[in-house]
Write a protein that binds this ligand. Structure first.
Ligand code: AMP
Ligand code: MG
Length: 333
């Protein structure tokens, strides 16, 4: 009798061990990292058809880049638009572009995806240098959101010299497409980052670091505790050069054509939508703390500003979810 009990107990332990092992195996996230859209993509996906999902994420980003957003791939909508003055759009892309045009209007033109010719002169992605003033003024005169018309199936330039550049929002749009892959593959939980934008998807809480604006890509100054959503950061540390002790970086003030010089070094936006978090992080950087906060509120997004004197500005509700981990940074205001 005692022997039977021992055997049953041993069997129960073995079955439990198998269940635990299986569960651990099942709930271990699959990881992948690769380059796409000119940046590093890292993905951790758990549950459902995770493997298939990772493959779909990769192909989705390639399609998005080569067919729609790339400025250099000859088949992309943006390339055709910049070359010929118009391009056909599928319904989803037309919706993305209309949403961006709305942000341009709501930000009073601070968010401006027609600044391509100005950005090209600065060449922050290549060999940056101070552009010629007259050339800069000329490029700037061909920018502005009134230079573009967006219909349900077509986008066209009203000024053939305007150059479209979705660099400030492409990575966020990528996150929204990735979310659709995660849903279609019934995954449980995922963390996917595309450059400075990250998607938190599924069950539970997530800890997201805010990058140290003066440190390397691995160091952070604070941690955000959030549930599902997208977090994007725009920083003056991403692409820049220094001349006579002054930093010139890749976020341009559309009023002047020169890099924004308003005391901010980093702006982080939290939103349900990747398009919004990415576009608004750039827009709020240009607008500064007061107007940027108003713009974020209009879109139901949260915003965190960091100034060059190491002060963090945000609303009280966001302070509650931030843990500052670097003693050099403090809340301001
Ligand atoms: P992000 O890192 O998301 O803030 O995007 C910065 C990129 O957006 C730059 O490298 C430019 O390609 C583009 N850009 C620069 N200034 C602006 C602006 N005021 N509005 C929209 N896009 C901009
Ligand atoms: Mg952005």
């Amino acid at each position: 009798m005692r022997k039977t009990t021992a055997v049953i107990a041993a069997l129960a332990v073995a079955v439990l061990a198998i269940i635990i092992a299986f569960d651990a195996f099942r709930s271990k996230p699959l990881e992948s990292s690769f380059f796409s859209m000119n940046t590093l993509v890292t993905a951790e996906v758990e549950g459902g058809e995770a493997e298939n999902c990772l493959a779909e994420i990769k192909s989705t980003l390639e399609n998005l880049d080569y067919n729609i957003l790339s400025r250099t791939a000859k088949g992309s909508a943006v390339y055709k638009l910049n070359q010929s003055g118009e391009a056909l759009l599928d319904k989803q892309t037309a919706e993305y572009f209309s949403a961006l045009a709305d942000i341009s209007r709501q930000s009073g033109g601070a968010f401006d995806f027609t600044l391509g010719a100005v950005s090209d002169l600065w060449d922050f992605g290549g060999t940056p240098s101070m552009p010629d003033e007259a050339e800069l003024a000329r490029a700037l005169s061909h920018s502005g959101f009134e230079k573009i018309s967006i219909g349900d199936s077509k986008i066209s330039l009203n000024d053939k010299k305007a150059v479209i550049d979705f660099g400030a929002s492409g990575k966020g749009i990528a996150l929204d497409s990735i979310k659709a892959c995660l849903e279609a593959n019934e995954t449980k939980r995922a963390v996917v980052s595309v450059g400075g934008s990250v998607l938190l998807y599924g069950e539970g809480e997530f800890a997201v670091g805010i990058r140290n604006p003066r440190g390397g890509s691995g160091s952070s100054i604070a941690t955000l505790g959030i549930t599902e959503g997208c977090v994007s950061t725009s920083g003056s540390y991403e692409q820049y050069f220094e001349q006579n002790g002054k930093r010139y970086h890749h976020i341009i003030d559309p009023e002047t054509g020169y890099p924004v010089d308003n005391g901010l070094i980093s702006v982080t936006v939290i939103s349900e939508s990747g398009l919004l978090s990415d576009a608004l992080s750039t827009a709020c950087f240009v607008l500064g703390i007061e107007e940027g906060s108003r713009l974020a509120e209009h879109y139901g997004a949260k915003v965190i500003f960091i100034t060059e004197d190491n002060l963090i500005y945000t609303e009280d509700a966001v302070r509650d979810i931030i843990t500052v981990t670097d003693k050099n940074y403090k809340f301001g205001g």
